[in-house]
Structures are given as structure tokens and as C-alpha cells.
Design a protein around this ligand. Structure first.
Ligand SMILES: [Zn+2]
Length: 202
């Protein structure tokens, strides 16, 4: 895969709320079609594709920091880090779908009973109220647990097992899960302060 399929661009809605991250190729398509504009994370200035090329492209033989530019035959263009959609102002915060991976991210990769760091491949999903007692597979009833704690708790409630939860499980916001599986860029921080802090606290 090339960088255009690997690099990620933070994508904001029209009123600058973080929606998602797109691969660079997808972001460039939106910008070149006029459906999004590039935001400079330092100055907050917005650019159309033409304006970006006029200001942030240099000749093919100019000396640049490779990581910051994509190369075409004729020139080198600064990689955008943040874009804002031209029309969409919605913020679909309701109902982040439940997922095992989402529980892992929400619980910061730590067992919610003993607080041990758990590797993704070793994670188990613990139903706080066991399935056998009618416990549902929902954000509010599932936590990340290490195999040892899950085994020890078995078919009991935390109270019966005398095991305390680190925190009350809740449905995460879209912002919390925005960066799951994605390496956060420092330039994104002003736009997603809360989510970035949580990632850095890991
Ligand atoms: Zn544990």
C-alpha cells in the first residue's frame, strides 16, 4: 500500500466537530471535488484544493521533509492533516454501535477488575450481570477483563464474587472512539482535545 492509502486525515463536519478519519486518498477526492476544504491546524485558515496547490506545493526537485509531502511528477504537495466538510453539519453522536474492540478502547486496554494491562488478543469480555442471569451484551453490561479475573468471577455478579469494578461501564461517545485503531497526530489535538487526552493517558 502506498502512503495515499495509509496516511489518515482528520475529518470535521462543517462546524468543525470531529467526525472520523479518512485515508488520504479519500480526503483528497473530497477536497478536489469541492466537497471539503483543507484546514491549516496552525492558523485555522481554510483552503480549497486550488488555493492549497498555490500555497503548499513546491517544485518536484525542491528539498522538503519527505514525511510531510506527497510527490507527483510535476510537484510535491504538503499532506493535509485536517479537512472540514463543506455541507454536512450533523454530528451523529447517538448510538455508537457495540463492539468488542470498542469495549477494549473504552476501557483503555485494562482489566476492569484488577486494572492489569491486557493485550488485545488476550482480552475477554465480561458480562457484569452474567448472561445466565439475563445480563445483556451492551455497553452498560460488558467490560474488558483479563482471563484470570473472568475465570475467577465466573457466573456471579461482582458483588457475589467480591470483585469491584474500576468504573461503571457506559456507552462511549463518538469522540472517545474516534481514534480507535488510528495513530493520533499532534496536529489533530486542537480539534479533538478530549479524545487525544485519553489516548495519551494510556
Ligand atoms: Zn484482571
Amino acid at each position: 500500500m502506498t502512503r495515499i492509502e495509509l496516511e489518515r486525515v482528520l475529518t470535521l463536519n462543517r462546524v468543525w466537530q470531529p467526525l472520523t478519519t479518512l485515508v488520504l486518498r479519500g480526503a483528497l477526492v473530497l477536497v478536489s471535488r469541492g466537497r471539503a476544504r483543507i484546514v491549516c491546524p496552525q492558523t485555522y485558515q481554510m483552503f480549497t484544493w486550488e488555493q492549497w496547490l498555490a500555497e503548499r506545493a513546491v517544485p518536484a526537485d525542491a528539498h522538503v521533509i519527505e514525511a510531510d509531502y506527497i510527490r507527483t511528477a510535476a510537484m510535491q504537495v504538503r499532506i493535509p492533516q485536517v479537512i472540514t466538510l463543506a455541507k454536512f453539519a450533523g454530528y451523529p453522536n447517538a448510538g455508537v454501535p457495540f463492539s468488542r474492540r470498542g469495549v477494549y478502547e473504552r476501557d483503555n486496554g485494562r482489566c476492569q477488575y484488577c486494572n492489569a494491562v491486557v493485550h488485545k488478543r488476550d482480552m475477554t469480555l465480561d458480562h457484569v450481570v452474567p448472561v445466565s442471569r439475563g445480563g445483556a451484551t451492551t455497553w452498560g453490561n460488558c467490560v474488558l477483563a483479563c482471563a484470570r479475573c473472568n475465570h475467577r468471577k465466573a457466573d456471579r455478579t461482582p458483588r457475589e464474587a467480591e470483585m469491584n469494578l474500576q468504573a461503571t461501564p457506559q456507552q462511549p461517545t463518538r469522540e472517545t472512539l474516534l481514534l480507535r485503531g488510528v495513530t493520533s497526530q499532534p496536529a489533530w489535538a486542537p480539534f479533538i482535545g478530549k479524545a487525544t487526552e485519553q489516548v495519551e493517558a494510556k
